[in-house]
Design a protein around this ligand. Structure first.
Ligand code: G3I
Length: 395
């Protein structure tokens, strides 16, 4: 296929994504469409190797970028090729990352984030302990800064999260149980209303299930039983009817007792007409343990009429990481991305963090790290190239 043909095809796919998605945004994709059209019209093929070059050329030509961002140690992106977001966009999907407020003061991190990703999940800034530290006292400043950064860089936002037992201020867990429902509804309504029209999706309820498939017995469950989930979803939908609404959890990537329970929960919610758009598969993997049933699991959720997303991908390695470990990690990333590409309703993949230097893993799992596609100096690792290859060759 000629470069102009590729550009036109990409432009059509990208245009389809923009129109089918709920919120019109100042997206990278929007900038890409006009630039791609210009590139096709000018037949600048000679200067641009396949899609990779198209993106590099167009970003420069639109004045929105000066390059791919990953320059140190790899020259002028000769070794890095097309950015992940653009390769994913060819399949009508996004490629995202998590960003926290301290990350916004880290230029090497931001160079990579800005170059590679088109979806941002705030790592902590939209959680209850930040957004409503005291009953009825709301603080959206940190979340607003992440949203402003994302939109200024043509990235959309996955809101994370509204109802979760962790990072929950103690005033909520100490409420009399007959006041919890009103507090939850007020929290959801106020936060979703604040970000109405600004976030693409919400993780409305985060991690509601135990490993055996039972419900986590947090204050919401104690107060309302399982019905708190439907109530939170309905409340969020009322506050922003166009936002995609997700349940998000870990260890539900493959078929097991916990994902069976999530499947049954989503099935029941759909049967009741509860507004649920998708299921987030967090995907915090240990090296070499991507479940062989991940694809089948995604397909069964999609068959219920919901989207799926890989929301928090990383793949931790027992340190020090050997070259064999990094090769296995590359294979793991390619498997996950390939599974998403194989499922039309898998809307995208987000990594939890940008690089190994900002990953949550070393702080939570002693002796583990190296869990992302970029090393401690934000240089691409084998997992990055494997992801790129998977995005190029499938779908
Ligand atoms: O804000 C305080 C700061 O004031 C204090 O000085 C410092 C001392 O430890 O702690 C700071 O809070 C930390 C917070 O991150 C913000 O940096 C907490 O200790 C720490 O526990 C918290 O960790 C977050 C974790 O969720 C909490 O559950 C991680 O950054 C965040 O990446 C992680 O994200 C979760 C997703 O939301 C849900 N899925 C799993 C994922 C990884 O655990």
């Amino acid at each position: 296929m000629s470069i102009p043909d590729r550009a036109r095809l990409l432009g059509r796919r990208v245009a389809g994504l923009v129109h089918s998605d709920c919120h019109p945004r100042p997206l990278k994709l929007t900038a890409a469409i006009s630039a791609i059209a210009a590139a096709a019209a000018l037949s600048v093929a000679a200067a641009v190797p396949a899609v990779a070059g198209t993106s590099a050329g167009t970003k420069t030509s639109t004045g929105t970028r000066t390059g791919l961002g990953i320059k140190a140690g790899t020259g002028t992106k000769a070794g890095t090729g097309a950015p992940l977001w653009l390769l994913a966009a060819q399949h009508g999907k996004y490629f995202g990352t998590a960003l926290t407020l301290p990350n916004l003061s880290d230029p090497p991190l931001l160079n990579v984030a800005d170059a590679q990703f088109d979806m941002v999940t705030p790592g902590n800034e939209m959680k209850w302990d930040t957004t409503e530290p005291a009953n009825g006292t709301f603080n959206f400043g940190p979340g607003d800064q992440i949203v402003a950064y994302a939109h200024a860089h043509h990235m959309r936002v996955r809101g994370h999260n509204l109802v979760w037992q962790s990072q929950l201020p103690s005033w909520v867990s100490s409420l009399p149980l007959d006041q919890v429902k009103a507090a939850m509804e007020q929290h959801v309504t106020t936060e979703v209303s604040h970000y109405r029209g600004q976030v693409y999706s919400w993780d409305v309820v985060n991690e509601p299930l135990n490993g055996d498939g039972s419900f986590v017995g947090d204050v919401f469950y104690q107060a309302m039983g399982p019905s708190y989930i439907a109530d939170a979803l309905r409340t969020a939908h009322a506050a922003d009817p166009r936002a995609k609404l997700y349940l998000n959890d870990y260890n539900i990537e493959g078929i097991n007792a916990k994902s069976d329970a999530m499947y049954n929960l989503v099935k029941s919610l759909k049967e009741q007409g509860v507004p649920i758009s998708g299921v987030g598969l967090e995907s915090h993997f240990i090296l070499g343990t991507v479940p062989s049933t991940m694809l089948a699991n995604m397909r069964r959720f999609a068959a219920l009429g919901v989207d799926v997303a890989v929301t928090e991908l990383d793949d931790r390695i027992q340190l020090p990481a050997t070259s064999a470990d990094l090769a296995q990690q590359a294979s793991d990333y390619a498997t996950v991305v390939g599974d998403c590409l194989a499922v039309r309703r898998c809307v995208g993949v987000s990594q939890w963090g940008v690089g190994d230097a900002d990953s949550w893993i070393p702080g939570f799992f002693t002796g583990y790290g190296a869990a992302t596609m970029f090393d401690e100096n934000y240089q691409p690792k084998p997992a990055f190239y494997a992801t790129q290859q998977a995005l190029r060759h499938q779908g």
